[in-house]
Write a protein that binds this ligand. Structure first.
Ligand SMILES: Cc1ncc(COP(=O)(O)O)c(C=O)c1O
Length: 458
């Protein structure tokens, strides 16, 4: 609303879900039962769930209405054509391949195009992206700009790719690189945006070496909003126009519709290459389903088609980015070290800086995540040594950073929930010296953070 300072939620609530309140003793017991891994908690034992912004959003009444329009034909469903038109109108890509979520798109793409020894450059690979590359015995190479590796450094586009490093890689090893990826916004690097200038520079390098450029487009709309706010020449463009410009620079994308598709499930793989698309569709039939449903129900396709329209609406994006920034301002105002500036979908606490007495291999991120849960029933996630420190040869190293991500589900929590979260974070910050590290007692060889068991040290 013009003339007013307060940015209110651009929706009203039609249906509510009750929260369960627990005591500190109950939370301590629940955490012990979960092997000190918050992924293993029952959702009902969590008060404010900031584990992820993936698939946790609230759908609009228009999306719920669209569910009833779902056409469940096995082949050629009307809902597929509506979905395909919505995705094509936004991205401009020729082939639109639905999948049940983002990692399925990654799995299909990488299994189709990678061979052992290949390299995939990205600003920062997300954990499932990295795992789907490494499982093909290829190398997932992170090439974010140097500013993106330092939590306290302020830069408007900390997700940008280091174009010189990309160029140097391609000069050395072009024959080992089948495609270049850029993640918008850069989740593993703090939800930081990538500028259009950077995307254009990456495109120019890809053209020089004749490499396709793919976007990991999970949060394309949030990225577009940051471009509108921060990049010269874009203030008067709509988020949709900016998003189209981003996609026009790429040859394809992987997408989890559980983020900026505003849906609870779904994703897609999109591309211009006829040859790759044909091979991907063959694998899709093997693992996901027929190409017009790809592991989704007709009603899911309807919800995504509508979600892709709503997610680029300006009042939504303004509120979305502001509520994340609001939490960041509250906690950093109290002294809590966070990645600056605030990311689009989450606030990332620098657990390594907050808990210098806990070494990276004693997992400061896990110590902080568990303390937030015990303190106030808030569930975040470690993005650090547990998630990224296990090497393919089985050895362990410190992750580049030890972060705790508090991801904000879309359209779910109100400002008072966020005020409460800030209070919990600041409460833990005040007792940070009492926090202790953890050791792993049992873990699988890949994606260990989901199921590892921990024990507190000391
Ligand atoms: C940047 C990025 N890429 C890929 C994925 C994987 O998507 P999904 O969880 O739908 O498999 C995620 C999920 O959080 C993500 O943030």
């Amino acid at each position: 609303m013009q003339g007013f300072h307060t940015i209110i939620e651009p929706f009203r609530i039609k249906s509510v879900e009750a929260l369960k309140f627990t005591t500190r003793e109950q939370r301590e017991e629940a955490l012990r039962r979960a092997d000190y891994n918050v992924f293993k908690l029952r959702g009902d034992d969590v008060l404010v769930d900031l584990l992820t912004d993936s698939g946790t959003g609230a759908m609009s009444s228009a999306q719920w209405g669209a569910l009833m329009q779902g056409d469940e034909s096995y082949a050629g469903s009307r809902s597929f054509y509506r979905f395909e038109a919505a995705v094509r109108d936004l991205t401009g890509f020729t082939h639109i391949i639905p999948t049940h979520q983002g990692r399925a798109a990654e799995r299909i793409l990488f299994h189709t195009i990678l061979h052992p020894g290949m390299i995939v450059p990205n600003n920062n690979h997300f954990d499932t992206t990295r795992a789907n590359i490494e499982v093909e015995e290829a190398d997932a190479r992170d090439m974010v700009i140097d500013e993106g590796r330092h939590p306290a450094v302020i830069h408007p586009f900390k997700g940008n790719m280091d174009v010189r490093a990309l160029e140097a890689l391609l000069e050395r090893d072009a024959d080992r690189v089948p495609l270049v990826m850029v993640t918008v916004t850069n989740n593993s690097g703090g939800g930081q945006p990538v500028s259009l200038a950077n995307l254009r520079a990456v495109r120019a390098v890809c053209d020089r070496f004749e490499k396709p450029l793919f976007l990991d487009a999970c949060r394309f709309a949030e990225n577009a909003w940051f471009i509108k706010q921060r990049e010269d020449g874009y203030a008067d463009k709509t988020p949709r126009e900016i998003a189209r410009e981003m996609f026009a620079l790429a040859d394809g994308c992987t997408m989890s519709a559980k983020k900026d598709g505003l849906a609870n499930i779904g994703g897609f793989l999109a591309m211009n290459s006829d040859a790759w698309a044909e091979q991907c569709r063959t694998l899709l039939i093997l693992t996901e389903g027929f190409p017009t449903y790809g592991g989704l129900a007709g009603y899911d396709l309807e919800a995504i088609a509508r979600g892709l329209e709503e997610v680029v609406e300006e009042p939504y994006l303004k509120y979305r980015i502001r509520s994340t920034e609001y939490l960041a301002e509250k906690v950093s105002g109290a002294g809590v070290p966070i990645i600056q500036p605030a990311g689009g979908h989450a606030v990332y606490i620098d657990a390594r800086a907050m808990l210098p007495h806990i070494t990276p291999l004693q997992y400061p991120g896990i110590a902080l995540v568990n303390a937030l849960y015990v303190e106030g029933g808030v569930r975040g996630v470690e993005i650090g040594t547990v998630m990224f420190g296990l090497c393919p040869d089985g050895t362990e190293r410190a992750g580049d950073m030890d972060l705790v991500r508090l991801a904000i589900p879309r359209r779910v929590y109100t400002q008072s929930h966020i005020d409460y979260v800030a209070e919990v974070v600041i409460g833990v910050w005040k007792k940070r010296q009492q926090l202790k590290g953890y050791r792993i007692t049992q873990a699988p060889p890949v994606l260990r953070h989901f199921t590892a068991a921990f024990a507190p040290l000391g």
